[in-house]
Design a protein around this ligand. Structure first.
Ligand SMILES: Nc1nc2c(ncn2[C@@H]2O[C@H](COP(=O)(O)OP(=O)(O)OP(=O)(O)O)[C@@H](O)[C@H]2O)c(=O)[nH]1
Ligand SMILES: [Mg+2]
Length: 231
């Protein structure tokens, strides 16, 4: 009976999330950053997509494994040059960077090294060198108009020691996989100690611990008894 009560408390009032990771999406204007984020957070392609003004914000909860919930806070930056000074300030509090190009735009692919340089120069946290990068070749549904071969994207990513996927906000191909891949990599680095939380840095934050206080009082555990609570 006691066990049943514990599991009910755990299921209903467990921490909403265990960690929060902040990610930033960068890349040229019109490559499809906002559309990718809308698909990931709303489950469908946006009917219209205006150029982002400065920075926009999205969020979604994911489960990395049963019982391990992570809230992803996603900064969607404007690709247009005129917003660069605004968007630059968002790197510092990000633990993951997704660099997006459009497979039908050679120029957007050629600008990837510049975006990477800018990100590497501005990321923060206790170990800026451990920031997780992922390269995305977007609009994979427009294969007939392709200007960048899959192998070129793969090669560039390997050269910069980052993972690579081609995605589409029309078909949904690899959209979930993109964010899961980054989150798993961050989680892995957290577990090995290569990454950690730091006061004053928003890249990784611990989630709400509300469950424990509810559990202790509801289960009637006080004083020394509380130390035996395993929730
Ligand atoms: N075919 C196709 N079109 C897409 C895809 N993703 C986005 N688009 C279109 O590409 C255009 C630009 O998309 P946005 O998501 O606004 O691009 P962005 O990178 O956010 O642009 P900025 O906010 O200016 O930096 C829009 O017309 C979208 O409908 C995709 O996967 N496939
Ligand atoms: Mg946008």
């Amino acid at each position: 009976m006691a066990n049943m009560q514990f599991s009910m408390i755990g299921d209903d009032f467990g921490p909403l999330f265990h960690y929060q990771y902040r990610l930033i999406l960068i890349g040229d204007s019109t490559v499809g950053k906002s559309s990718l984020l809308k698909y990931f957070t709303e489950g469908r392609m946006a009917e219209m997509s205006d150029p982002t003004v400065g920075v926009d914000f999205y969020a979604r909860m994911i489960e990395l494994r049963p019982g391990l919930r992570v809230k992803l806070q996603l900064w969607d930056t404007a690709g247009q040059e005129k917003f660069r000074s605004i968007t630059r300030s968002y790197y510092r509090n990000s633990v993951g960077v997704i660099v997006v190009y459009d497979i039908t735009s050679r120029a957007s692919f050629e600008h990837v090294p510049g975006w990477l340089r800018e990100a590497e120069a501005n990321v923060g946290g206790p170990y800026p060198g451990q920031c997780v990068f992922l390269l995305v070749g977007h609009k994979a549904d427009r294969d007939g108009e392709r200007q960048v071969q899959y192998e070129e994207g793969e090669y560039l990513a390997k050269h910069h020691k980052m993972q690579f996927l081609e995605t589409s906000a029309v078909t949904g191909e690899n959209v979930l996989e993109t964010f899961m891949m980054v989150a798993h990599e961050i989680n892995g680095r957290l577990e090995t100690g290569a990454l950690k939380t730091m006061d004053g840095w928003e890249g990784i934050k611990k989630g709400s611990q509300r469950a424990q206080s509810i559990c202790l009082s509801d289960a009637g555990l006080t004083g020394n008894d509380a130390s035996s609570c395993s929730c």
